[in-house]
Design a protein around this ligand. Structure first.
Ligand SMILES: [Zn+2]
Length: 134
């Protein structure tokens, strides 16, 4: 199968695969939501569990609580992300009951300078709104 441009600026994987649900070699289309997380489990076939640390604002104490979000994502055979890898994954159509995301790129581990930087976009908006409500 031919490698195709998936519409975002990522390094296309060197290997090829025959997976129908691969954004590069199959027919899977990706959506605009892009997230970065660390893989905690990759033992399933073509699936990986990704963990993202995030912060939640508690108005009473005016401090942030550390929380973690776990998500499952499709792990295409041509990318083959392993445990501990920092990956970029993007939203796609539901592939199975829990998989709505697909891994598109393995990032450098230095990509995340501090864990607090992760999950910024969505969380910051929420917390800002809460602060203004006060
Ligand atoms: Zn592929």
């Amino acid at each position: 199968m031919k490698k195709k441009n998936i519409g975002i600026d990522v390094k296309a994987p060197k290997e090829k695969c025959e997976d129908e649900n691969c954004p590069f070699h199959g027919s899977l289309k990706i959506r605009t939501v892009s997230l970065v997380g660390t893989i905690v489990t990759s033992k399933m076939q073509k699936s990986a569990t990704i963990e993202m640390p995030r912060k939640r604002y508690i108005p009473k104490y005016e401090r942030f609580e550390k929380k973690r979000t776990k998500m499952t994502a499709h792990n295409p055979p041509c990318i083959k992300a392993k445990e501990g890898d920092v990956v970029r994954f993007m939203e796609c159509r539901p592939i199975s009951k829990t998989k709505n995301y697909v891994i598109v790129e393995i990032l450098d581990k230095t990509h995340i300078t501090s864990k607090e930087d992760m999950y910024e976009g969505i969380e910051n908006k929420k917390t800002e709104e809460k602060v203004q409500e006060k």
